[in-house]
Design a protein around this ligand. Structure first.
Ligand code: PHE
Length: 376
């Protein structure tokens, strides 16, 4: 029997995919940010599609590389919206790039969820832009509290990246929070992302002799700074924010970063991450960093909203996202507040050597989101 002939004009219709965009740094000095996020997003979409997609329609993900550049980020989002006609956008990781991409989403009325950009300005005044992570006022509070209460240290130095909204914001907020807790900033220095030589700043820092050095930048610079700081005889622990989160940090810095701490959204050795970590490891053969989990959560939250929305139009999807309450993410429960931010716990991890000799983060402490309540 000729099946083809018989089916003729009544071939079963293949459901048309729903297009979703992702813009991220797949290459460049923040390459692991985009790569890990994309892996998390794709894992979620694979599961969503295996369960019938969005009311029978599969999600199709289109990813563009921003190369870690704000101009490229804006272009990528414009292309996703104008040429590919995506219904929503996921990304970026770096706050400066999300600020650029978010402006485009807002202009076109297309919802955007950043999995991981923490600078307050990312969502500010943009009612189409959401995030599923905490913001840097909280992250800075968590770091300051950890230094004061756990490490019991009072004198901090800072070396931040003046080119990144994230780095400058975290430096400003940490300064405020730490001073309020009775700490002092004994030296405050700046660099520009991609710099190779930090010796002038590190000499000034060595002379000021802080108890701890905050380096709120991204991992490539963080690793280089750690190596050069040790060569200058600076022995105190370095302190980073979530921007340090990359397997590259330990690989590049090695012993220079052992004993240092950073704040993050999750730690792979947290017990409640186990299911997700197992799935991710099975698919990709590596441990997820926090970005894998955040990308996974952002994609699942979006799928949930697409399912519930009255239509796939930007405004309808936006309205559902704005009402998100208690959504169960692998990185914690997600409730979107009136400023389109989530409030979640921060974890502090310490870089340590494994038995195999790799340098990896280990969970040390958590700071609950309401711990900052007294501060506000
Ligand atoms: N929070 C950083 C920013 O806003 C990005 C980041 C998040 C990097 C999580 C690593 C892990 O720029």
């Amino acid at each position: 029997m000729a099946c083809g002939a018989m089916l003729g004009g009544m071939a079963p219709r293949v459901a048309e995919p729903i297009k979703v965009g992702h813009y991220g740094s797949m290459t460049g000095s923040e390459a692991t940010f985009g790569q890990s996020t994309d892996k998390g997003i794709r894992l979620a979409i694979e599961e969503i599609n295996a369960k019938g997609g969005i009311n029978g329609r599969p999600i199709e993900l289109i990813t563009y590389d921003t190369k870690g550049d704000s101009g490229e980020a804006g272009k990528a989002v414009t292309r996703l919206i104008s040429s590919d006609k995506v219904v929503a956008v996921l990304g970026e990781v770096a706050s400066s790039l999300s600020i650029a991409g978010g402006a485009v989403c807002q202009q076109y009325g297309v919802p955007m969820i950043t999995p991981s950009s923490t600078n307050p300005r990312v969502t500010m005044g943009k009612d189409y832009v959401f995030r599923v992570c905490f913001t840097d006022d909280f992250q800075a509070f968590a770091l300051a509290k950890f230094v004061k209460e756990n490490l019991k240290l009072d004198k901090a130095g800072i070396l931040y990246d003046q080119k990144q909204a994230y780095s400058k914001g975290l430096r400003d907020e940490f300064t405020k929070a730490f001073k309020k807790m009775g700490g002092s900033i004994v030296i405050d220095q700046a660099y520009s992302g991609g710099d190779q030589d930090f010796s002038a700043q590190l000499s000034a820092i060595a002379a000021a002799a802080p108890d701890v050095l905050l380096v709120p930048g991204y991992y490539t610079d963080g690793a280089a700074i750690a190596i050069q700081a040790r060569k200058k005889g600076i022995k105190v622990p370095l302190l980073g924010g979530d921007g340090w989160d990359s397997e590259q940090l330990g690989k590049i810095a090695g012993d220079a970063i052992v004993g240092s701490y950073y704040s993050n959204h999750s730690a792979p050795d947290q017990p409640d991450m186990k299911d997700f970590v197992d799935k991710y490891q099975k698919k990709y053969g590596q441990m997820p960093d926090a970005l894998g989990g955040l990308g996974y959560d952002a994609a699942n939250l979006l799928a949930d909203a697409l399912r519930k929305a009255a239509s796939l139009g930007g405004k309808d999807v936006r309205d559902v996202l704005a009402g998100t309450s208690g959504f169960p993410g692998v990185t914690g429960s997600i409730t979107i507040d009136k400023n389109r931010n989530a409030s979640k716990a921060a974890v502090i991890v310490q870089m340590a050597k494994t038995e195999k000799g790799d340098v990896q983060p280990k969970y040390v402490a958590s700071v609950a989101p309401d711990a900052a309540g007294e501060k506000k």
